[in-house]
Design a protein. Structure first.
Lengths: 488, 488
């Protein structure tokens, strides 16, 4: 069946999508220039109306497009509701700039209009003095809420949830429930999933708006609610929360405290952000970078350097193992200098084989496709794959060495008068390559799963870390075989 | 402010979440054993009722939990609606097993109940003879729809969209629109976003159910609809579609044909799957693996081998450049064997520095944080970062070589009677390390952006590919410097 679909899409990607994206970008730029024009010609009400028509994400892009010094004044033109929506989408640099230029009243009005999770996100990026000023200008109720949210640990479900959800009682009829949602839902983050709680706020069930809509008005909520409760605790890892939302295709997941009282919900758009962020973090760790949560173009040179240099230094210094081994065989190398010509090939092949396994397993662990309890099954599979790969590499390496490196010469006369048997050298190299592949794949399996088992992050156990180990072991294998065969 | 939140969550991750996950797994296993028990004691109506209570995702897990030979008979117990929901969540191996055991009538009933996008997904995984049997047993209407969907290229928006959406007319009142949704919405994939089309099915706007609910019943759809249309074309890349849904926090994105006629929608849960799949593909490519769309535990040993061996072989053979360079300097190595002791360190440092840049840039490109037009800005930034990293590496490498490798001996007497100046050797090594870092970061910037520019996949330009180039260049730098300084 695949044949029916595998019409290549590369061409399409390259013109169609790029083109569509270009069109969107161009349209937006035209739109932005038009808005600037309205400002320049003082058509403020047209401007306000046009910004309101924009999606808040695009409106935020417009502010990034404006020259820095114009931003605060232009922002103040926006109506309260639009202002809050757009503010939540802005970059923290711009938020800082705008807050600094605002009166206390203006700050207060924006803060009261934000969803608590957005307010918390904004606050956690701003410097302490600005946070202080903002907190001073919120109602004590909002302040208490914000403080509660700020107290959840980073990366916990509590830190990404929102408090604006709809709760229903089990004995309401569907008609009453819809009426309740219509009355209270306008400033909730989602009205499409409502949560049923009892008088102690304990979570009892979930009702989708769709079910309310398609049930008869007299049915009670308890009859139609789903009580096969899928929920998270406030202290659960936000990545697990996001994976649950993805697994069950939910629009939102309820979050409860230790007593199972409903305290918030995590919506699917936040789950999507969590998944993207956490994946970027994993990828950075796999590439020996200390993770950052800022986008690339917003990170300064020094900041980028600080994230990269620790692993570079550590891995450079750990190369002391390989130099020690090679130095140990310095005399043999004096005679058989040809052996060193294959260092890069052997070590890269080992490194590549190891990173294939470790990266596959790290990704499998993070998508929950692999569990730590599968350790022996995974190891057994990787072992068999490594034997297959090893045999191919052995054969290809032997042929390549004889054909390309030795140009079909079976012997070479060395400077010191001895005759070097090239077939033997090619065999030493190929056997080492075989063992390097097998060893690399096994260590690339053991390290990530082992790390997860003892509560470390598997992503750190990726390519660069494994490369150092594989390099060392490969050299030991190489010299052990060579010294036995060549008697040095 | 960050201080307020950075209470470490690692401990929590390790007990709380794992615990919660364990609890869920244990609960599910208990539940599954209970279900098996009902089957064994022939309490079929209890069994059917209990499966209906489960989330379809969990019910599908139950079938994976059953012994293979029991699956078809047990599956046939399910009611039509439940059967279709569960079937869509099953693994393709199980789907095949079940379809084979079904009568034509049963197949037909399931197919008519599935969403078209799920049916298409299922069909594209099954062997041709089974597909043929299924297609024979669908109504001609469904068959035409499925064929239309199958004709969209892989990875296009058309291939992931669903045809079950709600369309409204601009002149409907909100009350009429809600009534229309109530009447037609029950088997739509989402009722929370509706699309406004004209008589030629041209897309005119989007209305959220929330807006309908909170508007006055007499208002017309055209008054409240959002006409700042965000949509995709059927041939757009599905990854771009997913990124758009994520950017604007949408529940669904409309998909139109060339004439802007609405043909389908992509929902956020499908967007989430696309993002996860595409990221896994990128990660696999970065680790020199040919991507697969099957989960790790379902992929056989031979299949895994086939995905890994091409790059391993290619990269192994491309090492012919490094061996040629080293062979060229064989005589010099005979004298200065110590130089070879630093091959692994130099090449790994270069490789790590290069993969830091390339992986960061590939990720930035795929998240749209970096555009190809930013090329010079990115290159300038990476150049400055590379100088900073290079200087640190130079200093650390010099100190490490003198301290650890030469144990503070400034000279070494060689076998042939010449005196080797260790400070000079350490300088040669450290200068090479500096250039290796700078070169690696620059090539790690140019290759991914260049690849994207000419329409290739940037992810292929990651670590392993760059390592081969960086290895070669590093060796050339190394021997060029060494041969000038040491006169060989």
């Amino acid at each position: 069946m695949a044949e029916l679909k595998n019409k290549k899409t590369d061409d399409i990607k390259n013109d169609k999508t790029e083109e569509a994206a270009e069109v969107h970008v161009n349209l937006m730029e035209d739109k932005f220039n038009e808005l600037v024009n309205m400002l320049d010609t003082k058509h403020y009400s047209d401007f306000i109306h046009s910004v309101e028509q924009l999606n808040p994400v695009d409106a935020a892009d417009f502010f990034e497009f404006l020259p820095m010094q114009r931003i605060p004044a232009v922002f103040k033109l926006l109506k309260k509701d639009t202002a809050a929506d757009v503010f939540a989408e802005l970059d923290s640099d711009l938020q800082k700039k705008i807050i600094t230029a605002m009166t206390d009243r203006e700050i207060s009005s924006i803060m009261e209009d934000l969803f608590v999770d957005d307010a918390v996100d904004i606050l956690s990026e701003l410097p302490a003095n600005i946070v202080h000023r903002i907190m001073k200008n919120t109602t004590s109720e909002t302040r208490a809420e914000i403080n509660r949210f700020l107290s959840y640990p980073e990366d916990s479900a509590g830190s990404v949830m929102t408090a604006e959800f709809i709760d229903l009682r089990a004995n309401m009829t569907c008609a009453q429930a819809i009426e309740h949602i219509r009355r209270t839902g306008v400033d909730k983050e989602t009205v499409y999933t409502a949560y049923v709680t009892d008088e102690s706020r304990i979570l009892k069930g979930t009702v989708s708006f769709k079910d309310l809509l398609f049930s008869s008005p007299e049915e009670t909520v308890s009859e139609i609610m789903d009580d096969g409760l899928i929920f998270a605790y406030t202290l659960d890892d936000k990545e697990t929360v996001a994976q649950t939302i993805s697994k069950y295709d939910l629009l939102a997941l309820p979050v409860v405290d230790k007593e199972k009282r409903l305290v918030g919900i995590v919506t699917v758009d936040d789950a999507l952000d969590v998944i993207k962020e956490e994946t970027t973090e994993d990828i950075e760790k796999m590439a020996a970078i200390v993770p950052t949560d800022k986008p690339y173009m917003k990170t300064g040179v020094f900041e980028t350097w600080k994230k990269r240099i620790p692993w570079l230094l550590l891995l450079m210094i750990s190369a002391v193992f390989t130099s020690t081994i090679i130095t140990h065989y310095e005399n043999a190398i004096g005679t058989y200098a040809i052996l060193t010509a294959f260092f890069p090939m052997l070590m890269d092949t080992g490194g590549n084989a190891g990173s294939q396994s470790s990266v596959t397993i790290i990704r499998g662990l993070s998508l929950d496709e692999i569990q730590t309890k599968d350790f022996f099954r995974v190891l057994w599979k990787e072992f068999r794959v490594s034997i297959l790969c090893g045999v191919c590499i052995f054969a290809a390496c032997f042929i390549k060495t004889i054909l390309v490196d030795f140009r079909l010469q079976t012997t070479t006369l060395l400077d010191n008068g001895t005759v070097q048997n090239n077939i033997v050298i090619a065999l030493i190299i190929s056997i080492t390559a075989f063992f390097a592949v097998v060893f690399a794949k096994i260590i690339g399996t053991i390290l990530p799963i082992g790390a997860k088992r003892i509560g470390l992050d598997p992503a750190v156990m990726a390519s660069p870390f494994i490369t150092t180990i594989v390099d060392t072991v490969t050299l030991i294998i190489y010299f052990t075989i060579a010294s036995h065969v060549l008697h040095f």
